[in-house]
Design a binder for this molecule. Structure first.
Ligand SMILES: Nc1ncnc2c1ncn2[C@@H]1O[C@H](COP(=O)(O)OP(=O)(O)OP(=O)(O)O)[C@@H](O)[C@H]1O
Ligand SMILES: [Mg+2]
Length: 265
């Protein structure tokens, strides 16, 4: 990975879960006020020059009820028409996110994985890097999302926002990684938030998937992916509640944030 220009102090990767910006229990139901609130929080951090000095943000959002139920249909039918429905639907959600950010004065551009990524089974060839790179250099926040992508063997594959977070964090050597859901973090059987998880801990834990349709493994797969990021790249991450006001702001300006930290030790 090439070095960033002098004015880039570090890359922050933030994912806003589909559980935050959509109603996952319904189909194609958006939470517009949540998208607006989060856009305002992001805008606010950009205006506090000292807080954001030299930091660049890559934003990812989940598909929620604009992608999971549709992807489930595709995975059952393997019909290209259903892959298209999934992509179009999640793109619609992305459009709402981009519009909201723009209305709040944030420079943002969509990057649709379908148009920038090809996978070969689990090995993923990303051309997305150059696009993200260019956006960052132009002072634009690239906004990616869970999507349907072409696969060299299978036809199409579903790529989750969580998978994108891990890839981007590795490629861009992110200095901070945050994943927001509608939960305060990973909770144990008693409902208490587990403050720290290491890859070792994970072997002894059992975490649930999702309360709703989630074709990419829900919380369990999310934690597994972030634990892999921690062990392979020594990059910690925090799982926090992005449905709670100010948490996105706190993450971006480095204020203390309650959640589950996933780290290598
Ligand atoms: N131990 C756990 N701790 C916290 N959440 C859990 C746990 N087990 C299962 N969950 C579920 O995981 C959900 C969050 O994961 P999910 O994949 O559904 O959301 P998301 O990643 O925000 O959505 P998307 O995939 O659309 O971006 C929570 O809403 C909760 O129902
Ligand atoms: Mg999910």
């Amino acid at each position: 990975m090439k070095e960033y220009p002098d004015d880039v102090a570090g890359i922050y990767v933030l994912k806003i879960g589909g559980s935050v910006i959509t109603e996952k229990g319904a189909e194609r139901r958006v939470r517009k006020e949540e998208i607006r609130r989060i856009s305002e929080e992001i805008a606010l951090t950009l205006s506090t020059a000292t807080a954001r000095a030299g930091k660049k943000l890559i934003l990812v959002h989940g598909a929620g009820s604009f992608g999971h139920p549709q992807a489930k249909v595709y995975l059952e039918s393997r019909d290209a028409k259903d892959a298209l429905i999934t992509h179009e639907s999640v793109k619609e959600l992305n459009k709402m996110v981009i519009s909201s950010l723009t209305e709040c004065g944030v420079n943002a551009m969509p990057i649709h994985p379908l148009s920038a990524v090809v996978s070969k089974g689990l090995e993923i060839k990303y051309k997305i890097k150059e696009q993200i790179d260019k956006a960052l250099k132009m002072g634009i926040i690239p906004v990616l999302h869970g999507d349907v992508i072409f696969d060299e063997k299978e036809g199409f594959r579903i790529i989750s926002g969580d998978q994108l977070v891990v890839y981007i964090a590795k490629e861009f050597k992110a200095i901070k990684v945050g994943v927001g859901t509608d939960m305060d973090g990973v909770v144990n059987d008693n409902g208490a938030v587990i403050r720290k998880i290491t890859p070792e801990d994970l072997e002894k834990m059992s975490i649930g998937g999702s309360a709703h349709v989630d074709v990419t493994g829900g919380m369990k797969e999310k934690v597994y992916l972030l634990a892999k990021l921690a062990s392979e790249s020594n990059t910690p991450s925090i799982l926090f509640n992005a449905s709670k006001e100010s948490n996105v702001y706190k993450f971006l300006v480095d204020e203390t944030l309650f959640g589950t930290v996933i780290s290598s030790s």
